[in-house]
Design a binder for this molecule. Structure first.
Ligand code: PLP
Length: 599
């Protein structure tokens, strides 16, 4: 995230007028979007374009150059190529502006030196519309991270009295982010908890406001299928925890996979994915997506030569893996995969459901998009389905191996190119404005509300889950009825070194163990647990247990099941946050029944 958030807040909150050099009168061009948005936020905009001199844009006279503008200017915002920037900088200095701002994709060190030498603040390769909407912390901002936290409510237009540090604090600590990111007190009421906006739709101020929202010229809520303020708060929190740019929350983890892949995929294109993915994801990729004409090739993700060979095929558009695999607990070498993906100009997608951002930050190791089933640890209490797609901001959507729905002109939005108009924010904007709008797998606001509450304790819970898992894994390994335990925290585990590299602590609390006596012993064990719940979920506060061969893997042949690493007597556990002695006592009692010592 930018480390100059407070500098940008200062520039934008003290400015009154902004000259836009390279202003277009075509309402589909990015400069028009920027001017319209800034005008709506109360800035006076002054369009500069010699070709349109004397004409009017958005009710403001167009000037040939900034030297001719008769009113004071605070910011000069530049939409011209870098070679023209030094001269613009000199003119900006001459008329005494306080900030030289160069748009996304425009970098001129020479212009920056000229402006800085004269005491101007310089901002390069950014857009004031994006920064304003991101930093204003408004819940209609589409789930983008502001990087700023505040326990003060948003007062519009300005706070009643000057606030220390603008009223903000900055933090990268997960404990603080889990509680505060995206969830400052409600602007309208001061409510400390983000309200549940249980509404299907949102009113427009007037016809122009409606048109601006439909044209994506200003951020805001239109209809609940695209966005919702409660969900936007959760999106900001999840993206902040990952150090990402923004997120899009959806109905489930499976929906997250669909939404994340959709912008890049087309009939005939291929996903290269790990063979070790969660079984439901394998079915989705290899069977359901086949009906869209999307192909999937499954590879052993720990065999880097096999991965390299697979992604060299030109039809491949995405590389996909889980950081920590469900259910075998194996750990992906994200850094190595990222290098391979980059060399083929394809993004690396990492499903981080099992580890969560508290244990693993895939973006640090080069993942471009991070996905979650928030149904699991994120919401954490087994009461809300959900999914999330986080853009880490590392992938250049305009220059992918294949053109995509981000780089192509979009007929449903008057021919704009999302990657050009929204820059780094294009992927998440597209997920909301197009994928959710057109496919509809939106997160229910109630589930966003429950997940917002659950996620506040994520860092605490993950530590307890992992401490308990370590004790239970050791107990099971020492038990005579158990042949092996897949937990990656054992120093002789093949995944031990990767666990140390990729996980901040622990080795995960979902793992499998194999019973000596096979299928019926497995069924008997789950039937005799009184504390562990027998069900098909993971990541709940409660400890959970399942016998895959008779349940989640029962549709597979014996060979397919063995390939997925599930034997007849394999048991999967998701260790909860109860007292570990009680979890162990329950498993011990059930194992005694399996051994025929009781009942
Ligand atoms: N990814 C992983 C690693 C999972 O374990 C699951 C579900 O178990 C999913 C994705 C799918 O999530 P959901 O059930 O929320 O659709």
């Amino acid at each position: 995230m930018p480390d100059d958030n407070l500098k940008i807040v200062e520039v934008l909150s003290s400015a009154k007028s902004i000259a836009v050099v390279g202003a277009s009168d075509d309402w589909r061009r990015p400069s028009f979007y920027v001017m319209k948005y800034l005008q709506k936020q109360g800035y006076r905009i002054v369009p500069i374009n010699p070709r349109l001199e004397g004409k009017s844009i958005l009710g403001e006279t167009v000037y040939k150059n900034i030297g001719e503008v008769p009113c004071p200017i605070d910011i000069v915002d530049v939409f011209r190529p870098p070679k023209e920037c030094p001269e613009i900088a000199e003119n900006a200095v001459a008329i005494g502006v306080s900030c030289l701002w160069m748009q996304i994709g425009i970098n001129s060190e020479e212009a920056a030196s000229i402006a800085e030498a004269a005491g101007l603040i310089v901002i390069m390769n950014r857009c004031p519309k994006i920064e304003h909407s991101r930093l204003s912390g408004l819940l209609g901002n589409g789930g983008f991270v502001s990087g700023l936290l505040s326990a003060r409510r948003q007062t519009v237009p300005n706070p009643p009295r000057p606030l220390r540090n603008g009223g903000y604090i900055e933090s990268n600590n997960p404990e603080t982010l889990a509680v505060h990111a995206g969830t400052r007190p409600d602007g309208a009421t001061g409510a400390r908890i983000t309200p549940l906006y249980q509404t299907a739709s949102f009113t427009f101020d007037d016809a122009d406001h409606a048109a601006s929202l439909y044209d994506l010229q200003e951020p805001g809520n239109v209809y609940g299928r695209l966005s919702n303020p409660t969900t936007a708060a959760l999106e900001q929190k999840i993206a902040s925890l990952d150090g990402g740019l923004g997120a899009c929350c959806v109905a489930s983890g499976h929906a997250a996979q669909l939404v994340a892949l959709y912008p890049l995929m087309a009939p005939g294109r291929k996903i290269v994915a790990s063979k070790q993915l969660y079984g439901g994801s394998i079915t989705q990729f290899t069977q359901a997506f086949k009906n869209f004409g999307w192909e999937a090739e499954l590879v052993d993700i720990h065999d880097l030569d096999a991965v390299k060979k697979a992604i060299l095929k030109p039809e491949v558009a995405v590389l996909f893996s889980e950081s920590l695999s469900n259910p075998d607990g194996s750990i992906t070498d994200i850094e190595a995969l990222s290098k391979l993906a980059k060399s083929s100009q394809i993004p690396l997608f990492i499903d981080n459901t099992m580890a969560t951002s508290v244990m693993c930050k895939p973006g640090i190791f080069g993942a471009d998009v991070v996905l979650y089933s928030t149904t699991k640890f994120m919401s954490g209490h087994g009461n809300a389905l959900g999914g999330a797609v986080v853009d880490m901001g590392s992938f250049d959507w305009m220059n992918a191996r294949h053109s995509s729905l981000l780089s192509d002109a979009n007929p449903a939005y008057h021919g704009i190119r999302f990657a050009e108009t929204f820059g780094k924010l294009s992927y998440i904007t597209f997920c909301h404005a197009s994928v959710l709008r057109d496919l509809g797998p939106t997160m229910a606001p109630m589930n966003a509300f429950l997940t917002l509450t659950g996620i506040e304790t994520l860092p605490l819970r993950m530590r307890q889950h992992n401490e308990n898992a370590e004790k239970v894994a050791h107990f099971l390994r020492d038990h005579p009825a158990v042949i092996n335990v897949s937990w990656a925290g054992f120093s002789d585990s093949p995944h031990y070194d990767r666990a140390k590299k990729y996980l901040a602590f622990g080795a995960g609390s979902v793992f499998t163990f194999e019973l000596k006596d096979g299928y019926h012993a497995g069924q008997k064990l789950v039937e005799n647990c009184n504390l562990l719940s027998h069900l098909a979920n993971i990541g709940d506060t409660r400890s959970l247990i399942i016998h895959p061969a008779s349940t989640i893997h029962r549709q597979l042949t014996d060979t397919q099941r063995e390939q997925a690493g599930i034997g007849a007597g394999t048991i999967r556990v998701s260790i909860g946050i109860e007292n570990p002695n009680d979890i162990i006592a329950d498993l011990e009692g059930a194992l005694e029944v399996v051994n025929g010592n009781k009942l």
